[in-house]
Design a protein around this ligand. Structure first.
Ligand SMILES: Cc1cc2nc3c(=O)[nH]c(=O)nc-3n(C[C@H](O)[C@H](O)[C@H](O)COP(=O)(O)OP(=O)(O)OC[C@H]3O[C@@H](n4cnc5c(N)ncnc54)[C@H](O)[C@@H]3O)c2cc1C
Length: 411
């Protein structure tokens, strides 16, 4: 009789793992169990409907820097199956990927349906069973030397399997169930969110963007550099998302109330900014301050708002006192903002937390304390910045778990 494998969760990691498993061992009886009535829901909405499949970064050492949690553990797995193998894998199924300027990789169709169809065709081809509305609520290891598992369905009934792949993503209920099996779970907190900030300097400036700023969270070592975007609610952009991700746990502890310092001119120190402003004042004494700054990095609308708030809007540069130049300097080099709350980043959001990485053998994605129990994707305490890295974790761990299941059920 064919050995039976249950993949729990019909998302990116579950599908990828099932297909990789079947590619090498077509005689396995593989079923994907999905609790909702549709599979691959997140793939569909991912990357704004375009699905940012992976990132154009082929050095595992470089790649792991994008993972605030799990980077160290993924170094080995990325050598086995990284973006290079991901691109080749999809090519095999006639899905071509293209790279954008910032390194993000999408299907050339710019449509997540291409990825979904690829997976659905493959499961069909390999005879993998996909069962929706089949939530799993309990797992029990079989006894008497049997290495398999008994699975309890939410709608009633049980079934036994030789191996299980946990691919339930960020499901609190499922994590609670795993705790009953004495598997350590790191409490979930949001990652990749934007900062809410009500500040007169930002009022009516939604859409104004800065190419490169440095943001620090006061009282911590957390800081990041990158583009910044003013939104209706506060601050967003890669620089902010990166901080939200690396600071996910700490910022949750602060209940999302904290202060940040923004350096809008990160390539200059405070004294240099002061000097440049002074030189500008001396050479443009008859010009109104509000007409423009000497820094091309500062968007005109932001500069004008700043000048008005500092009550310099009627002054010429000649009338600006040393103290006023000092205030302008600080507003550009070390501007303090109070953050009160967070908002969802619509392009991509993930949860930090999940199966404690100590529980997993990263050569096989096996849960160390059990036989034939493997994990893939976001169910583990792994998450990354935006850019295709979260899916790469799903592909890499899904592939490794698939190989390990095959090896374990050999013979
Ligand atoms: C809006 C949005 C856009 C995103 N865009 C991108 C992107 O472009 N690029 C990128 O890299 N990442 C992106 N991400 C992150 C990425 O979608 C996730 O990291 C990835 O989907 C994780 O895959 P997974 O299979 O581990 O989990 P999921 O995709 O969440 O799949 C888990 C599945 O398990 C099911 N399940 C849960 N509990 C049970 C149970 N008890 N029994 C049976 N089934 C169960 C769930 O219903 C779900 O279908 C985005 C996320 C969001 C929310």
């Amino acid at each position: 009789m064919a050995k039976r494998v249950a993949i729990i969760g019909g998302g990116a990691a579950g599908f990828f793992s099932a297909i990789c498993m079947a590619e090498k061992k077509s005689h396995l009886d593989i079923s994907i169990f999905e609790k909702s009535n549709t599979v691959l829901g997140k793939v569909k909405i991912s990357g704004g409907g375009r699905c940012n499949v992976t990132h154009h970064c082929f050095d595992p050492k470089e790649l792991i820097r994008f993972y605030p949690r799990g980077g160290k553990q993924l170094l080995g797995p990325f050598h086995t199956f990284g973006p290079t193998q991901t691109i080749e894998w999809f090519k095999k199924y006639d899905v071509k990927l293209k790279v954008e300027e910032d390194g993000r990789m999408f299907p050339t169709t710019d449509n997540s349906a291409t990825i979904i169809n690829c997976f659905l065709d493959a499961v069909d081809h390999y005879g993998i069973k996909v069962k929706t509305q089949s939530g799993i609520e309990k797992l029990t290891p079989l006894e008497n030397g049997n290495k398999g598992w008994r699975v309890n369905f939410q709608h009633g009934g049980t079934s036994d399997y030789d191996a299980i792949v946990l691919a339930t993503g960020s499901s609190s209920n499922f994590w609670n169930m795993l705790k009953e099996l004495s598997i350590e779970i790191i409490a979930p907190v949001p990652s990749l969110f934007t900062f809410n900030c009500k500040d007169a300097r930002l009022k009516n400036l939604a859409g104004v963007a800065f190419k490169q700023v440095k943001v620090k969270i006061q009282g911590t070592k957390l800081e990041s550099e990158g583009p910044l975007l003013i939104t209706h609610w506060g601050l967003s952009g890669p620089g902010i998302l990166k901080l939200s991700s690396f600071g996910a746990t700490h910022l949750a502890e602060l209940d999302y109330n904290f202060k940040i310092t923004i350096n809008f001119l990160p390539s200059l120190n405070e004294d240099e900014v002061f000097e440049i402003l002074n030189d500008f004042k001396n050479n443009n004494s008859k010009k109104q301050i509000i007409t423009g700054s000497c820094f091309s990095e500062i968007p005109k609308r932001y500069w004008q708002q700043l000048v008005e708030l500092l009550q310099l809007e009627t002054k010429n540069w000649a009338d600006a006192s040393k103290q006023e130049i000092r205030k302008l300097t600080l507003s550009l080099s070390a501007a303090e903002f109070s953050i009160n709350g967070k908002s969802t980043n619509k392009d991509e959001f993930v949860t930090a937390g999940g199966i404690d990485l100590k529980e997993i053998d990263f050569k096989s994605m096996k849960i160390k304390k059990y036989e034939n129990l493997f994990a893939a994707g976001e169910v583990m305490n792994i998450d990354a910045l935006t850019g295709g890295f979260n899916f790469q974790n799903a592909w890499t761990s899904g592939y490794i778990a698939a190989n390990a299941v095959n090896e374990s059920l050999e013979g």
